[in-house]
Ligand binder design. Sequence first.
Ligand SMILES: Nc1ncnc2c1ncn2[C@@H]1O[C@H](COP(=O)(O)OP(=O)(O)O)[C@@H](O)[C@H]1O
Ligand SMILES: [Mg+2]
Length: 239
Amino acid sequence: MPIILETKQITKRFGELAAVNNLSFDVNEKEIFGIAGPNGAGKTTLFNVISGIYSGSGEIDYFGERIDRLRPFQVCLKGIARTFQIPTVFSTLTVYDNIRIGAHFGNHSLNEKKIINDVLEFIGLTEKQHIEAKHLPLFDKKLTMLGAALATEPKLILLDEPIGGLSPKEINESVELFKRINNELGITIIVIEHLMKVLMAISQRMMIIHNGEKICIGSPEEVARDKQVIEVYLGAEYA
Ligand SMILES: Nc1ncnc2c1ncn2[C@@H]1O[C@H](COP(=O)(O)OP(=O)(O)O)[C@@H](O)[C@H]1O
Ligand SMILES: [Mg+2]
C-alpha cells in the first residue's frame, strides 16, 4: 500500500519542553496504525500538530503534498478528520445537527442529507438523531463526535484514546466499529490508546513514544518484545 502520511522530524516545543521531539514515521494507506506511550509522552500534541492546531517544525506530507503549514479547516478539507480524548460535541445541538456540521465542514452541500443519514446508520444512532447531545451518555457522545468526523468523508482519521471510560461491552462495540470504518469505508486510522491488548488486536503496526520521541515502531509482536518498550512502558510483567 502507498504511504498516506509521512512525517519528517516533527518537533513541537512548549517553552523548554519538547513535547514532540524529532519524530519521523510513515503511515500506509488503509492501515490501522496504533500509537501508545506513557501519560505526557506527546501523543495528543502529535495529533494537534498533524491536524494543524499547533504548528511545529519539520515536515508532514499527506499523499506526497505538504500539509504542515495548513490551518485546521484546510487539513480537514484535504481529508483528515479527528476525534478528541474528551468527547467534544455541540451540546445544545441534536445528534443529527452535530453530524450535519461535520458534513458541512467536509463541504458536501449537494448530498449532505444522504451523508448524514448514512453516517447515522453506520454509527447506529439513527433512532437517537433528535436527542440533544448534552442528554447523551458518554458512549453516544463519543459516537456522535466520531459521526461528525466521518461526515467530513475523510481518507484518514485520527482517534485520540477513543475507548477511555467505556465499559467492556462498549469497548468491544467500538473496536468492531473501527474495523468497519477501516474495512468497509476504506479509511486509514491512526489510533492512540493505552489499553495495549486492544491496540495490539486492531493495529497492523504500532509506534511507542516516550518523552516526545519514537522509541519503537513495528508489528504488535515486535513492539511487545522490544526491551526499551518493556522498560519504559509495558513493565516487566508484560514480557
Ligand atoms: N498547550 C500546552 N502548553 C504547555 N504544555 C503542554 C501543552 N500541551 C501539552 N503540553 C505538555 O506536553 C507534554 C505532552 O502532552 P500530551 O501531548 O498531552 O501527552 P499525551 O497525550 O501523550 O498524554 C506534557 O508534558 C504536557 O504537559
Ligand atoms: Mg493525550
